[in-house]
Design a protein around this ligand. Structure first.
Ligand code: SAM
Length: 300
């Protein structure tokens, strides 16, 4: 019987990935494509809980595209929330953080405190949910929160919000009070030892090799910002560095963006390409008309 044509070379890089790699120009990223929020790490936290009891070794985590625009402040949250969760569970870990935007990497490297705007808590159910997340961060990192009514280092309102003519100025948020907590000592130490590794590069070409392959990868709200060529190289790069059985959380808002991943949105990622990358769809978390959130599993 003829073997199935997989498009895989002897080095396991599919031919179609090699083809797009030639002449590819890496993205440099910029503020404005970095929207995020305090709540965004929730799915990763749940998935890491699912896999970590069965690992038998400390989890190696890769977070790609970390975010900074937590409107109206500039603040990266995801790595701090995921790390806090692991620390709260007493799970030692290594983590690689990749982002194409220099300011995102700088924020993570320099940040010593986490801020959450009191007004963001809103009313009713939303207030309860965000409040619980904040309390969880404090509990996981074993600290009591505080409230500030003045600007502290790391509380980065955009300059225009200090203009007295601003419709909604920084002072109005400060009057409500801003919640403050420390970045955990363990996070800061791991940054120094390299157990948390910061990489300012386009994930399509980033050098993400570590001593052990990744058990868990988050790749959410990033692919829609990439060209199809970059997406192909990114998924090949990530998959190459995953452990067999490792999981990758992906979302595709390709129904809205001009560069869909999934074939159902007229993107390039179909069963055959997944096969070539040694990936399968392990679970579809939500499938909307224009967007899909799903988990990929590395099979070999
Ligand atoms: C919309 S934010 C999403 C942040 C976070 N994952 C979330 O869901 O809240 C996209 C992030 O991906 C980063 N990014 C965009 N293109 C990238 C690329 N090619 N490689 C690595 N990071 C990229 C941006 O700098 C930004 O921080």
């Amino acid at each position: 019987m003829e073997p199935r044509p997989t498009g895989v070379t002897t080095t396991s890089t599919p031919i179609w990935v090699k083809q797009v790699s030639e002449g590819y120009r890496p993205e440099r990223g910029h503020i404005g494509i970095t929207e995020t929020s305090f709540a965004r790490g929730n799915r990763s936290i749940a998935l890491i809980d699912q896999i970590s009891p069965n690992l038998g070794h400390r989890p190696n985590v890769l977070l790609v595209g970390l975010g900074l625009d937590a409107e109206p402040i500039l603040h990266c949250y995801e790595p701090f929330r995921v790390a806090a969760h692991l620390e709260g569970r007493g799970i030692d870990y290594t983590m690689t953080l990749v982002d194409a935007t220099q300011e995102v990497i700088d924020d993570i490297r320099s940040r010593s405190a986490i801020f959450l705007l009191g007004r963001k808590f809103g009313d009713g159910e939303a207030r309860k949910i965000l409040g619980n997340m904040w309390v969880k961060y404090l509990t996981d990192t074993r600290q009591r929160g505080r409230t500030t009514f003045e600007v502290l280092e790391g509380l980065n309102f955009p300059d225009f919000m200090f203009d007295p003519r601003a419709m909604v100025g920084a002072h109005s948020y400060l009057m409500d009070g801003v919640y403050v907590a420390d970045v955990s000592m363990q996070f800061r130490q791991k940054l120094e030892t390299g157990e948390i590794n910061l990489i300012h590069q386009d994930i399509a070409v980033a050098d993400i090799e570590t001593r052990q392959p990744y058990d868990y990868v988050e790749f959410t709200n990033v692919a829609y910002l990439m060209s199809p060529e970059g997406q192909k190289m990114a998924l090949a790069n990530i998959s190459r560095h995953m452990r067999a059985g490792g999981l990758m959380l992906v979302d595709d808002i390709g129904g809205y963006s001009g560069t869909p991943l999934l074939s159902r949105f007229k993107g390039w990622l179909d069963e055959e390409k997944l096969h070539d990358l040694s990936l399968i769809v392990d679970e579809v978390i939500s499938a909307e008309k224009f967007s899909e959130t799903f988990i990929l599993k590395k099979v070999s």
